[in-house]
Ligand binder design. Structure first.
Ligand SMILES: *[C@@H]1O[C@H](CO)[C@@H](O)[C@H](O)[C@H]1NC(C)=O
Ligand SMILES: *[C@@H]1O[C@H](CO)[C@@H](O)[C@H](O)[C@H]1NC(C)=O
Length: 419
């Protein structure tokens, strides 16, 4: 007779945000490129309270002297800082890439006009599921000939493929335009604004991108570069007034003049990502419960780890948790109970549930006789592929409950989903 050793791993409490910023043109109040934490390159607030520019364009203590002079008509560029994890301010967390726009404002951030849309492939050369990007993060665009001379605000705005859906990134730089032009580009489309709320203008659920897709701009503008990245499709945002509040609602949609398309069909599988996490371990007292088991029942039915975490249940929404933080390469015997349910889900799952992105479901059969063990695959669903990743597991029938031998999934953000 044994007293069951029961231990519950409450899943990780983790907050993961993407991080990115531009290096050129130098954004307002940008810190020097030495490791200094990841504050500056984080997203704007989900409630829109620091849109635009994190409010830096209106702060008295921020130097607004133009950091560059661009000639109207010239080709110029912006450059995203860093190309992968490594810590510090320059750190880029590419979150599978995304879509970004170069835009300009002539009224100190009230309205914004798009100069160039990069739909997909921003940052460049990022694999699905990876936080690493290629080394070349220079993106070319043109300053229109007719652009008004004088000071203006430049904006780089970004929506990532994976990560939280309330993250809209924007860096602003003070720039000077030289030339004979006088146009504030009113006939250009408005910069896309979304994945955050703007009081009285963009409500919850409006102008939201979809995780797992590159944002397709509803109104991309004249200069559009579309980059198809293997296994990542394009998707328009949900409806809404997806532009700055002061913009005129009926700004004319314009037909792209030039579209260039590049393709990256690299299907190699993702790299894993280290997440900042704090984990909590709770021990559950089973003071009055002893398990009396027949001799034939294998030891894993007596000694196992209990997981009661409700966030891995199928009914739980999307979040960025990763089972690599719970399981190791050596399988661990686990019993699911309480709010976690009792079993792994056994049919293809919608991705973006169970507190994760790629949702793990069991493809094999459960053992029917007591003490028997079966093995099978767990598949992880992703948009367009219900078995984008997989790994082997075993299940033992313990006469009234099952225990599962689970290794770490092959990538982040994947989890075993329960029901
Ligand atoms: C980086 O990419 C840009 C845009 O494709 C290209 O014009 C430039 O030559 C590249 N730079 C390097 C160093 O490869
Ligand atoms: C695909 O990506 C992997 C990892 O980044 C790289 O080693 C490989 O050379 C790439 N293959 C192609 C065809 O680009």
């Amino acid at each position: 007779m044994n007293l069951a050793k029961v231990l519950s791993l409450l899943s990780l409490i983790s907050l993961v945000t993407a991080h990115a910023r531009i290096r050129y043109p130098r954004p307002l109040a940008a810190p020097v490129e030495t490791p200094a934490g990841n504050h500056y390159n984080g997203p704007l607030r989900p409630d829109g309270s620091d849109f635009p520019c994190k409010g830096l364009h209106k702060r008295a203590d921020v130097d607004k002297t133009p950091s560059v002079t661009w000639k109207a008509g010239q080709q110029t560029y912006f450059e995203i800082l860093g190309h992968g994890p490594g810590g510090g301010e320059g750190n880029l967390a590419a979150h599978s890439g995304g879509s970004c726009q170069a835009s300009i404002s002539f009224d100190n951030g009230e309205t914004w006009k798009v100069l160039h849309s990069f739909q997909g492939g921003c940052p460049r050369d990022v694999q699905l599921g990876s936080n690493m990007a290629g080394k070349n993060q220079t993106f070319l665009f043109q300053i229109p000939e007719q652009t008004r001379a004088g000071n203006a605000l430049f904006s780089w705005s970004w929506v990532a493929v994976t990560g939280n859906r309330n993250e809209y990134f924007q860096n602003c730089a003070s720039v000077r335009i030289d030339g004979p032009g006088a146009s504030t580009l009113d006939d250009f489309p408005d910069m896309f604004v979304g994945d955050m709320s703007l009081t009285g203008h963009i409500g919850p659920g409006e102008c939201r991108s979809t995780a797992g897709f590159s944002l397709e701009y509803p109104n991309s503008g004249r200069a559009l570069t579309v980059t198809a990245v293997g296994r990542i499709s394009f998707k328009k945002p949900t409806n809404g007034k997806c532009f700055a509040k002061a913009s005129r609602e009926n700004s004319t949609p314009v037909v792209p003049l030039s579209t260039s398309t590049t393709a990256d069909n690299n299907n190699s599988v993702v790299q894993t990502e280290t997440i900042n996490s704090a984990s909590t371990t709770a021990f559950i007292e089973l003071s009055s419960t002893t398990l009396i088991l027949p001799d034939s029942v294998p030891p894993q039915c007596i000694s196992y780890t209990t997981i009661t975490d409700k966030t891995r249940h199928v009914s739980h929404p999307h979040y960025i948790w990763c089972d690599n933080a719970v399981f190791k390469s050596e399988p661990m015997w686990v019993r699911f109970s309480g709010a976690a349910g009792t079993r792994l889900t056994s049919g293809p799952m919608e991705p973006f549930h169970c507190g994760t992105q790629g949702t793990g479901w069991y493809k094999g059969i459960y053992p029917t006789s007591i003490g028997a063990t079966t093995s099978g695959s767990v598949c992880y669903s992703w948009p367009g592929n219900v078995c984008q990743w997989s790994n082997k597991i075993s299940i033992t029938n313990c006469n009234g409950y099952y225990v599962f031998a689970l290794p770490a999934p092959p990538a982040c953000f994947l989890r075993y989903c329960t029901v």
